[in-house]
Design a binder for this molecule. Structure first.
Ligand code: SF4
Length: 90
């Protein structure tokens, strides 16, 4: 499920099934500090499978990405100009 400012957005089931076929979901939890995030979108450029800008140019993201995307998430956290991305575990 993608989380956004004040709302959540679920993927259509077909897209969700396609994206994660054969991909193991990780125990890693991605979070974004909304007080810091300025919706610059650099994270969506380096990790588009996890971070996306919605129709209102606000960030939505997958808080529990598959293991195969964790390197991209690390890179997104590195490039975020506000250092707003946090990576932890559930
Ligand atoms: S790069 Fe950082 S500031 Fe920009 S949208 Fe992503 S989390 Fe927000």
């Amino acid at each position: 499920m993608f989380s956004g400012a004040g709302h959540t957005m679920s993927r259509p089931p077909a897209a969700s099934n396609r994206r994660y076929v054969g991909a193991r979901r990780s125990a890693v939890r991605v979070d974004v500090d909304r007080k810091l995030c300025d919706n610059h979108g650099q994270c969506a450029i380096v990790a588009p499978a996890v971070f996306q800008m919605d129709d209102n140019s606000e960030l939505v993201f997958d808080a529990h990405p598959a293991d195969s995307y964790l390197d991209e998430v690390d890179e997104a956290a590195d490039v975020c100009p506000m250092q707003a991305i946090f990576i932890g575990e559930d």
